[in-house]
Ligand binder design. Structure first.
Ligand code: SF4
Length: 350
């Protein structure tokens, strides 16, 4: 039986509330802190009277969709669908406090993840393929999405963590404005796979507080093989450099909870296919050595990955440790606390 929208919202938040079990805030070793009078960027943007025009610009990108580098050119405003298979409205799979994100996002009460269905990347190793590739979830209009944001804030989450937002960016902007007018005051975190058109990221300038992109591949051939996007490395690098220009390095409040800045993820994959060494050196050379970086060890063989011999196994202890050694070699000083702890566990395991 199909679930009503009201029941979906109630269910999503109800399930979320049950997960309120704690957590702790930790600042990265070189993370700056901000005093208690911090305000989200989107609030100032609204006060300056700039939000409505920016939303119009974003929605105009849907007429002949250029929202992501796929550049499908379909009319998303009238129901045409491109590679991401997105309909006119957003499709949300879940909304809940998440305690598995980076600690500055989790704080004490969790990161308020809103998990969007569909995706413009087609990773053969996708760990969320029923959501990202099959589009499971509930359609919401922008007012309902705004309501969901406010509910996430009401139950105490430290941020609105927009998971896979690229293909629904205009809807997010509109919903953020509606929610801001009704009292939204927590940071907006743009949690993306990194395959973002520079024109789309430029429209977020002054609105997004925290960027949380992946940088999955550094080599075009590997990117094409595993995501179908040969331009992924150069496109993602350009987008992340623009994110860094907009928000700078991670800043937390006095409790160690993130309020602004860039946090980058890199998933270590078997047989060095992700290019971890090139990744850490790119961050150090292009951004800064104090950029917040999470080197992740949780690669699993999912979806179609078992059909590709190089990635049809978990990573070895040695593969994760060498990635962490390369981060040290590159001089990175603001590594995610959990990946540092993971290194210690792997070292002891030998
Ligand atoms: S957002 Fe979807 S429809 Fe638009 S260009 Fe990207 S894949 Fe194509």
């Amino acid at each position: 039986m199909a679930m009503s929208r009201r029941a979906f919202l109630r269910g999503a938040i109800g399930a979320a509330g049950a997960l309120l079990v704690g957590g702790r805030a930790q600042a990265g070793s070189t993370t700056a802190t901000v005093a208690g009078d911090w305000r989200p960027a989107y609030l100032q943007f609204e006060e300056e009277g700039r939000f409505a025009e920016r939303i119009d610009q974003a929605y105009a990108m849907l007429e002949s969709c250029q929202l992501c580098p796929r550049g499908c050119g379909v009319d998303r405003l009238h129901g045409e669908r491109g590679l991401c298979r997105s309909p006119e409205q957003v499709v949300v799979y879940s909304a809940q406090p998440h305690f598995g994100e980076e600690l500055p996002l989790v704080g004490r009460f969790g990161s308020g993840t809103i998990f969007f269905s569909n995706c413009s990347l087609r990773c053969v190793f996708c760990q969320n393929w029923p959501i990202a590739h099959e589009g499971r979830g509930q359609r919401l209009d922008d007012e309902q999405l705004a309501k969901l944001m406010l509910e996430v804030q009401r139950i105490g989450c430290h941020n609105i963590n927009l998971v896979t937002p690229t293909h629904v960016m205009p809807h997010i902007l509109n919903a953020t404005r509606i929610a801001a007018q009704q009292g939204l005051r927590i940071p907006l975190c743009y949690n993306t796979g990194g395959y973002d058109a520079i024109e789309a990221i430029e429209l977020l300038d002054g609105i997004v507080d925290i960027y949380l992109p992946d940088l999955k591949f550094m080599d075009a051939e590997q990117a094409e093989r595993y995501t179908g996007a040969v331009d992924y490395p150069q496109t993602a690098q350009r987008a992340i450099a623009e994110m860094h220009r907009q928000v700078g390095e991670l800043v937390t409040d006095v409790s160690g909870v993130a309020v602004r800045g860039l946090m980058i993820r890199h998933l270590v994959m078997p047989n060095r296919v992700s290019g971890a060494r090139e990744f850490v050196h790119w961050v150090a050379d292009t951004l800064s050595t104090s950029t917040y970086v999470n080197i992740m060890s949780q690669y699993r063989v999912e979806h179609h990955a078992f059909e590709y011999p190089d990635i049809a196994r978990a990573i070895t202890t040695q593969e994760f440790l060498e990635a962490m050694d390369w981060a040290e070699e590159a001089g990175l000083t603001n590594l995610d606390e959990r990946c540092v702890m993971q290194r210690e566990v792997f070292r002891r395991r030998g």
